[in-house]
Design a protein around this ligand. Structure first.
Ligand code: PEP
Ligand code: MN
Length: 344
């Protein structure tokens, strides 16, 4: 059950509702939205009696039963699309937001050159990993705090917002100090300690799909973050593991449309990790636009052949600029086909 409180409901009214929920044998999850408090009641109990009682309680706007296992993030709960505002950009509305930058922050010159290049081409958000989840312990692990400071410098120089990966719940406060969006990578999609801590984080979260995770598991991970208090989540399809070896991963492009049906959260696509190959990135980026993705996250490096990670899938700055120019044509149709709900 989800109980939406009226705007301006008092603390006493909220506490009374929570107490009634517990009396019916349910556990309480409450989240403070921008405008109103929303309370989730989870567990086993007499749903009908509980709903009836709560509907009549003072301060309650509505009490509804949600049948899907993910509640707060489901479209059943919130039919209109959510928009996530970051530094003047709005993801999930009538703007196609592109995040771009290198896989890893490597040095000042590299990140500043990348930031200026992607900003000039029309990206709104700069990506760059400071904490890197690498398969081998002998590979470049990221500049950590030094990387975060360089990202902050790049933001100051260009005005771009910053998205960077968070790998451990112990680093949330530190990364949130520097980043505008915290990225949960594929490898950590089910790091539940991290997801719970991110529920308390005041920044939006970019949640990437695990490489062997189903759409439902992705939504359950988003539900973790929301159930712990943070409803500002952007989902990302980045390809999944299959028997196919021609590409690094297999992009489940349909997941974008499936997610748009199942959740109100914005969905973006990562054509870089989905393909692993620079030459395939533009085609998949066009497909993302056609299927109604809310944006992209693309790896771009000033000198891809010298990149310390993911060089093979990184676009050069001119290649990225060409991609952005090419996408403009497709974005006319994207705008015309935006579901009315997104403009509500
Ligand atoms: C990345 O964005 O550089 C990254 C590691 O992505 P993923 O978690 O999707 O593999
Ligand atoms: Mn990468």
């Amino acid at each position: 059950m989800i109980i939406s409180m009226k705007k301006g409901a008092t603390q006493q009214e909220i506490e009374h509702v929570c107490q009634r929920i517990r009396e019916f044998g349910y556990k309480v999850h409450s989240i403070q939205g921008e405008e109103r408090v929303v309370i989730g009641a989870v567990g086993i109990g007499d749903v009908t009696a509980c709903l009836e009682s709560l509907e009549a309680a003072p301060g309650v706007e509505s009490a509804v039963r949600i049948s899907s296992p993910y509640k707060f993030v489901s479209r059943e709960f919130k039919p209109e699309s959510s928009r996530i505002r970051v530094n003047g950009a709005e993801i999930g509305g009538n703007e196609f937001v592109v995040m771009a930058g290198p896989c890893s922050v490597e040095n000042e010159r590299q990140i500043l050159t990348a930031a200026e290049g992607v900003a000039r081409a029309g990206a709104k958000i700069l990506r760059g990993g400071a904490f890197k989840p690498r398969t081998s312990p002998y590979d470049f692990q990221g500049l950590e705090l030094e990387g975060l400071k360089l990202l902050a410098k790049a933001r100051q120089a260009t005005g771009l917002a910053i998205v960077t990966e968070i790998m451990s719940d112990g680093d949330v406060e530190l990364v949130a100090e520097y980043a505008d969006i915290l990225q949960v990578g594929a490898r950590n999609m089910q790091n539940f300690a991290l997801l719970k801590t991110l529920g308390k984080c005041p920044r939006p979260i970019l949640l990437k799909r695990g490489m062997s995770s189903t759409v439902k598991e992705l939504l359950m991970s988003a539900e973790y973050i929301t159930a712990h208090g943070n409803a500002n989540i952007i989902l990302c399809e980045r390809g999944i593991r299959t028997f196919e070896t021609a590409t690094r991963n297999t992009c489940d492009i349909t997941a974008v449309a499936v997610l748009h049906e199942l959740t109100h959260l914005p969905v973006i696509l990562d054509p870089s990790h989905a393909t692993g190959k620079r030459s395939l990135v533009p085609a998949l980026a066009r497909a993302a636009v056609a299927i109604g993705s809310d944006g992209l996250i693309v790896e771009v490096h000033p000198e891809p052949e010298k990149a310390l990670s993911d060089g093979a899938q990184s676009l050069s700055i001119p290649e990225f600029a060409a991609l952005m120019a090419d996408l403009n044509l497709y974005l006319e149709l994207w705008k015309a086909s935006r579901p009315a709900a997104a403009f509500a």
